[in-house]
Design a protein around this ligand. Structure first.
Ligand SMILES: [Mn+2]
Length: 348
């Protein structure tokens, strides 16, 4: 596996020199974050990201993400224009040596939590989702933690209206249309597209979601068999869905050669409904068996990119929720240990 770390570019408060000191870290996962979905990225911006990382011995082989515009997901008249921009961005990152692009196809919200600073018993804080709190959200006057800056209330309402007549089937068709329209660029530059599962893996506010479970991935790989059509195994996102058997999915899709990227993190189920808290990475802290997942990956021949996912805020850090340094660095150390053990066990 190749261990990588999400880095939000020049505006990230964590210095790259710190990342360079994390054992076994080979590169950053980044993107041009200051441009809108549907736009062609500035080559200078991408070049700068690569040079900044390289100055600290870090590669830039994974992009997270090139955002897919709502027009592409909705299948509007602007879709082909936005796909053309996406193709140009793929060619651009391909020329800069990128091997893997993580993206998602979630309408409007690409993640959802009810608390960005949930207080844990150990005095750390982390992201959490409470079904009770979610049920109190008024869908007509949406105020969601972490989203109030992204959309004005009017924009949000018009987007929600636009999706009202989009079924799961139609959204899936739009995803297939999109992938078929970029296939030749993926082949030309040998770029693996790694779709990120829905987070959390169920419909929200009546918006359809189509990448939530094993049946969804089976359907996607059948519809677009191209080898460059793959997935990001995000254990925390999929794992919030209690019907998802993550070690099974890890083994199955690693054997099929579809996992190009793994986001490893744990979640703790906190009630009998859908609620969960993001905890430290270790198996004992949450509801997922992280060693079983890593062992399934290793035993099934996985050789892709891996990053720690959301961490808690610890050691007094007041980092970007989920993306502070310390707990993700602890996650790296833990992930290194899991892979070392799984690889040693495999050889024996
Ligand atoms: Mn993830």
């Amino acid at each position: 596996m190749k261990l990588v770390f999400r880095w939000f570019g020049p505006k990230d408060s964590i210095p790259l020199s710190y990342l360079h000191e994390i054992p076994n870290l080979s590169g950053v996962v980044t993107a041009v974050y200051d441009q809108k979905p549907g736009e062609v990225w500035s080559e200078d911006s991408l070049c700068r990201l690569k040079e900044m990382a390289a100055a600290h011995g870090l590669a830039m082989e994974v992009i997270e993400s090139i955002p897919v515009s709502e027009d592409i997901k909705l299948g509007t008249a602007k879709r082909d224009e936005h796909i053309e921009a996406f193709r140009k961005n793929l060619a651009l990152v391909g020329r800069y040596g990128v091997k893997c692009v993580c993206y998602n196809f979630m309408p409007v919200f690409d993640w959802l939590r009810t608390d960005m600073h949930h207080q844990n018993p150990d005095e750390s804080n982390s992201l959490a989702y409470s079904r009770d709190d979610f049920d109190k959200v008024d869908p007509h006057h949406l105020h969601l933690p972490g989203w109030d800056e992204s959309y004005s209330p009017e924009e949000l309402q018009s987007l929600l209206n636009a999706y009202q007549n989009v079924s799961h089937e139609e959204l899936f068709d739009h995803l297939v249309y999109f992938l078929k329209a970029i296939e030749d660029v993926l082949d030309q530059y040998d770029i693996n597209m790694a779709i990120h599962p829905d987070d959390p893996p169920w419909d929200v506010f009546g918006l359809p979601r189509i990448v939530s479970n094993e049946a969804d991935f089976d359907r996607l790989f059948k519809a677009v068999p191209n080898r460059h059509n793959g997935m990001t195994l995000c254990t925390g996102s999929l794992g919030a869905g209690r019907c998802n058997d993550i070690p099974h999915m890890a083994a199955k899709y690693a054997k099929e050669g579809r996992i190009y990227f793994a986001h490893l993190r744990n979640v703790l189920y906190t009630d009998n409904r859908d609620s969960f808290v993001e905890v430290g990475h270790d198996t004992k802290l949450g509801s997922l068996n992280m060693y079983a997942i890593v062992k399934a990956l290793v035993d099934s021949g996985f050789d892709g990119y891996v990053r720690p996912d959301h961490g808690r805020n610890i050691f007094g850090e007041n980092g970007k929720p989920g993306y502070g340094l310390y707990d993700r660095a602890l996650g790296c150390a833990y992930i290194n240990g899991l892979f070392e053990a799984a690889e040693a066990e495999k050889k024996d």
